[in-house]
Write a protein that binds this ligand. Structure first.
Ligand code: GLN
Length: 487
């Protein structure tokens, strides 16, 4: 059921906020011991808030748009007075003294915090297996990963543990888990949403966005979290349009390009390819004009990203030195030994690997060969997109080359893990908005997602195309049985 429908039920008194959150906590108790979408559950506080809202409602107060809607938050977004761990031992006991802008906006809009969700440590990963506090399972098949890094947020929505959640997307961490878990995931235009209070991974790529079970809910969440923020100088000074206004308008004449380079991929599964091409046909039946376009450097995105993202990460994570932030591990008295031990014990392997790659790429002897070169390729990737957008309005690709892989499948092969973001990374490098929408199931009953990419600040029409497709395809009406998915 869409948030708009819940809102009507709440206003009419057909359901109370307290009943609604209790339903979700009941499900959390039933499945989350195994699923492990949450690191922290906020039951007492959410129930008290729900009661407040119910009282206000019955005394005739008009309530804000998300009043009583249970949401979950990725645990790399700061929540005042509640731990924000980034799934890292480094921040295991960190309680933020301030609230992130996006969560602050959600609470002001009446949303209720159900809990903080699991992620790959510091959002580095594609499977939620690098969490220092244990992996999250895929809600459809428990021997599969939910994707990552926002796997907890995606799994929580798919398993019916909340109505919506927030994640962060640096190279695909909203869209890839959305596709693995069969939910909608939106990465907004870089700068559309404030990063204040999002623990920084790669600052020129990070962006916060929603996970929801349908496209219109994604528009509602974006409506609340988007908009300029004086606390984040990279946040665009751009007025927030009504993202739902045109969502139900027909898309006849919209030009949609299939990126040739994505469909020639060696690692692209046949079932994924067929599902996405079927989605293109369905868009065509809605009046969209489908054509093929070329983004010649699309596949260089991954190599570019794995220089730029670790470089920025190595700078951002330098603050965790055992003095200024986070945990301190100490055996000896010297400062350098304390710092080294803190970083060796506080960070897991993947985070250490990224710091090493980034420090190397930025070092005096290599900065021109690696970092500068990567920035140049990034510019070429942006230009490819701008050329493509001279021919078409939106681009369509698979979200990930495969459906959810087995837990542990890429444990000793970071490169194979990195490749699962091949198709999502270019939109981050170019700062473009992109959405993953379910477009089918594979033979094992695992969801498949397709990705629509728009030009900068084109979210209103991007959501419109995604919504029209969703309405036409009705993918979720054919959902197979899932281990933790409510039928
Ligand atoms: N999986 C990618 C990485 O490991 C993207 C992560 C993200 O978007 N936060 O860096």
């Amino acid at each position: 059921m869409a948030i708009a429908e819940w809102r009507q039920k709440l206003i009419k008194g057909e359901v109370s906020s307290l009943e609604l959150v209790d339903e979700h906590f009941k499900r959390i108790k039933k499945v989350d011991d195994k699923l492990h979408a949450f690191l922290f559950v906020n039951e007492e506080h959410a129930r008290a808030k729900a009661l407040e809202l119910d009282n206000a409602r019955s005394s005739g107060v008009e309530l804000p748009p998300l009043a009583g809607i249970p949401v979950a938050i990725k645990d790399n977004l700061c929540t005042k007075g509640i731990k924000t761990t980034c799934s890292s031992k480094m921040l295991e006991n960190f309680v933020s003294p301030y609230e992130s802008t996006v969560t602050d906006r959600l609470w002001k809009a009446g949303a209720l915090l159900v809990g903080k969700t699991n992620l790959d440590e510091f959002a580095m990963g594609s499977s939620t297996e690098t969490s220092a506090f244990g992996a999250t399972l895929n809600p459809w098949k428990s021997n599969r990963v939910p994707g990552g890094s926002s796997g907890g947020s995606a799994a929580a929505v798919a398993a019916g543990l909340c109505i919506a959640s927030l994640g962060s997307d640096t190279g695909g961490s909203i869209r890839q888990p959305a596709s693995f878990c069969g939910v909608v995931g939106l990465k907004p235009t870089y700068g559309r949403v404030s990063r204040w209070g999002l623990v920084a991974f790669a600052s020129s790529l990070d962006q916060v966005g929603p996970f929801t079970s349908n496209v219109s809910d994604a528009a509602e969440l974006l409506q609340v979290i988007a908009g300029q923020d004086p606390k984040d100088s990279t946040c665009l000074d751009h007025s927030v349009p009504d993202f739902s206004e045109f969502i139900s308008h027909p898309i006849k004449g919209t030009r949609i390009g299939l990126i040739k380079e994505c469909f020639d991929q060696k690692g692209l599964s046949k079932e994924v390819k067929e599902s996405v091409l079927k989605a293109a046909k369905q868009l065509e039946s809605l009046g969209a004009e489908i054509s093929e376009v070329s983004c010649p450097r699309f596949n260089d995105g991954i190599a570019t990203y794995y220089v730029i993202a670790p470089s920025e990460a190595s700078a951002n994570l330098a603050r965790y030195d055992g003095v200024k932030y986070g945990a301190r591990f100490q055996e000896k008295d010297s400062l350098s030994e304390m710092t080294a031990l803190t970083r060796a014990k506080g960070f897991g392997n993947e985070v250490q690997r990224r710091i090493l790659i980034g420090t190397y790429a930025l070092s005096a002897g290599y900065v021109d060969a690696y970092y500068k070169k990567a920035q140049q390729v990034r510019t070429l990737i942006c230009r490819d997109f701008q050329k493509a957008f001279e021919q078409v309005d939106f681009l369509l690709t698979p979200t990930s080359p495969t459906t959810a892989f087995e837990s542990g499948a890429h444990e000793n092969d970071p490169l194979a893990m990195y490749l699962s973001d091949l198709l999502t990374i270019p939109a981050n490098l170019a700062g473009l908005p992109a959405i993953s929408v379910p477009c089918g199931f594979d033979g094992l009953g695992l969801p498949i997602g397709c990705q629509l990419i728009g030009n900068v600040l084109e979210e209103p029409r991007l959501l419109q195309v995604a919504y029209q497709y969703e309405q036409e395809a009705q993918i979720m009406s054919m959902q197979p049985k899932g281990d933790f998915v409510p039928s």
